[in-house]
Design a binder for this molecule. Structure first.
Ligand SMILES: C[S@@+](CC[C@H](N)C(=O)[O-])C[C@H]1O[C@@H](n2cnc3c(N)ncnc32)[C@H](O)[C@@H]1O
Length: 398
C-alpha cells in the first residue's frame, strides 16, 4: 500500500517505494493505492496503478471509459478547477527552478469537453484507436470526450473504409465540416454518398492526394477567416485559440514592426496586423505559407509571408523589425534563432509555447537581456497536463 504524495511535472502521481521516487500515472496526491512497479532504474521507478484502496478527497470519477488505458488525457481524475490549479502551480514550479518568479494569469477553457478540432488515430490490424499509455498496443476508440462532436459522429463509419494498417486524421471546424486524411497502403473503400448523408465531408485526402472534395477547411475566429490546408498546423482548441489571438492583438501597438516566427497559416501574424505598422511571417510548410498569403488577402489585412526555415531566413530580414512573435514547435527555439534574439535589441518578444520545459529553457537565456513582464497560462488542452503559455518580454534598460 502506498500513499501518493504529490504530482510530477507530467500529471503523474509520485510516491516513494523503498526510498526510491516512483511515478504512477492516473493517481493524484492523497490517493492510497496498490501499485505494480513496471520499470526499475537506479534513481527512479515507474509503476502501474492496480487498485485505489482509499481515494484522495480531490479524486473524481473519470468521464471517459477509456481513461485508464488511453495515453491521451492525464487529469480526468480531478475536477476541472483542480486541473487548472495543477497547471498553474506546475508551471510556476518549473519556472522557479530557473529562478524565474512570475504570477501567471490563468485563462480557462469555456468548453472543457468536446473541444478538439482534430483527432489522430492509428490503425493496426483493423483496430482503430489510440496508443495505450507507454505501449504499442492500440486501444480501440469509438468515442473521445475531448474531441468535437462532429468528429465523434463520424468515428463509427471508419471501419467501413477497410483500412488494415495506417493512420487516419480527422479535422473539423465550427460549422461541423470534416476533412478526413488517410495514410495507408491498403485498398480503401469509401462510400462518399453514404457518408455525406449524415456528415458534412468537405474533403478526403489519401496519401497526400485529394481523393474527394477539397484539401482544406475554412476556420473563422475573432472575425478573421483562415484557410487551413490538410497538412498545415492549426490550434486544436478553437475556443482557447480565440483568446490567444486576442491576447496577441492586445499586446501589439501601432508602432510595432512584427516578425512572426513559425507562422503557420498566419493566425498570429494576422491578429497582430490588425494593429501593427507592418507584419511578416516565416514558415516552412509550403501549403501553410500559401494559405497564409490567401488569408491576408481574404481578410484585407497587410502581411507578407516567407517560405523558409526560420533559422535560415531570420538573419537576412531581422533588422527591419522591432517586435518578435515566436511560436515554435515543442522542441522550442532553435539555437541559431535564440542567438539572433540575444544579439539584437528587440523592443518586445511575445513567446507562445505549448511546452513548458522548452519555454523555461529558452526563457532562462532570454531573461539575461529581456524582462519577463507577463505570463498567461491558457488551458488549450483541457484534462491533459499540457498548457499553452504566452509570455511577453521587453528589452532591459542598458
Ligand atoms: C506551434 S506551430 C505555430 C503556428 C502558428 N503560430 C499558429 O498559431 O497557428 C509551429 C509552426 O512551425 C512550423 N515549423 C516547424 N519547424 C520550422 C522551421 N524550422 N522553420 C519554420 N517553420 C517551422 C510548423 O510547420 C508549424 O506551422
Amino acid at each position: 500500500m502506498q500513499e501518493i504524495s504529490k504530482f510530477d511535472e507530467q500529471g503523474k502521481g509520485i510516491t516513494y517505494v523503498d526510498n526510491l521516487i516512483t511515478f504512477v500515472p492516473k493517481t493524484i496526491p492523497g490517493d492510497i493505492v496498490k501499485l505494480k512497479v513496471t520499470k526499475a532504474k537506479k534513481t527512479y521507478q515507474e509503476a502501474k496503478l492496480i487498485e485505489i484502496i482509499k481515494p484522495s478527497s480531490k479524486r473524481k470519477d473519470a468521464f471517459c471509459p477509456f481513461y485508464y488505458q488511453c495515453g491521451g488525457c492525464d487529469l480526468q481524475n480531478l475536477s476541472y478547477e483542480d486541473t487548472l490549479e495543477y497547471k498553474k502551480t506546475n508551471i510556476q514550479n518549473i519556472l522557479k527552478k530557473k529562478d524565474i518568479f512570475i504570477e501567471p494569469c490563468l485563462i480557462k477553457n469555456d468548453h472543457d469537453l468536446f473541444y478538439r478540432n482534430k483527432i489522430e488515430l492509428k490503425v493496426v490490424n483493423k483496430v482503430i484507436g489510440f496508443y495505450e499509455e507507454k505501449t504499442n498496443n492500440i486501444v480501440k476508440i469509438d468515442k473521445c470526450f475531448i474531441t468535437s462532436k462532429a468528429i465523434n459522429n463520424v468515428l463509427k463509419e471508419l471501419e467501413d473504409f477497410n483500412i488494415i494498417n495506417g493512420h487516419i486524421t480527422i479535422r473539423s471546424n465550427e460549422k461541423d465540416e470534416l476533412l478526413i486524411i488517410i495514410d495507408s497502403q491498403d485498398k480503401i473503400n469509401i462510400d462518399i454518398d453514404k457518408l455525406n448523408k449524415h456528415h458534412k465531408i468537405e474533403g478526403i485526402i489519401v496519401n497526400k492526394k485529394c481523393f474527394y472534395g477539397k484539401s482544406y477547411l475554412m476556420e473563422h475566429i475573432n472575425g478573421i477567416d483562415f484557410k487551413v490546408s490538410y497538412d498545415a498546423f492549426f490550434q486544436v482548441n478553437p475556443y482557447v485559440a480565440s483568446k490567444l489571438f486576442e491576447l496577441i492583438r492586445a499586446n501589439i501597438t501601432k508602432n510595432d514592426k512584427v516578425l512572426d516566427l513559425y507562422s503557420g497559416v498566419g493566425t498570429l501574424t494576422l491578429s497582430a496586423s490588425l494593429k501593427a505598422l507592418k507584419t511578416t511571417g516565416i514558415e516552412v510548410i509550403p501549403n501553410a505559407v500559401k494559405d497564409a498569403t490567401i488569408n491576408a488577402k481574404l481578410n484585407n489585412l497587410k502581411a507578407n509571408f516567407v517560405l523558409n526555415k526560420v533559422e535560415e531566413a531570420i538573419s537576412k530580414i531581422v533588422l527591419d523589425y522591432n517586435t518578435i512573435i515566436i511560436d515554435p514547435p515543442r522542441k522550442g527555439i532553435a539555437k541559431q534563432v535564440l542567438d539572433i534574439l540575444m544579439n539584437h535589441d528587440f523592443a518586445k518578444i511575445i513567446y507562445v509555447s505549448c511546452d513548458a520545459q522548452t519555454l523555461v529553457r529558452d526563457l532562462s537565456i532570454l531573461k539575461n537581456k529581456y524582462n519577463i513582464t507577463k505570463l498567461y497560462v491558457l488551458d488549450m488542452f483541457s484534462y491533459t497536463y499540457h498548457a499553452e503559455c504566452l509570455c511577453v518580454l521587453t528589452l532591459k534598460d542598458k
